[in-house]
Write a protein that binds this ligand. Structure first.
Ligand SMILES: [Zn+2]
Length: 58
């Protein structure tokens, strides 16, 4: 699907910036429950590890 088609379909609220701090990747969330926050599983995994380490530090 082309990006312009998403915008034309008034679905731009599904477009977001990757939730990872050091990433500006675009996230196109086509999931039904809007659960997508990262541009890739790489970012998701990296953030999960960072959150885990933050918890370990207290
Ligand atoms: Zn990312």
């Amino acid at each position: 699907m082309a990006m312009i088609d998403v915008i034309r379909a008034d679905e731009h609220d599904r477009l977001d910036i990757c939730a990872a701090d050091d990433c500006d990747g675009l996230v196109l969330d086509l999931s039904r429950n809007r659960s997508r926050r990262y541009c890739s599983t790489t970012c998701g995994n990296r953030e999960a590890v960072a959150a885990y380490r933050a918890r370990q530090r207290g």
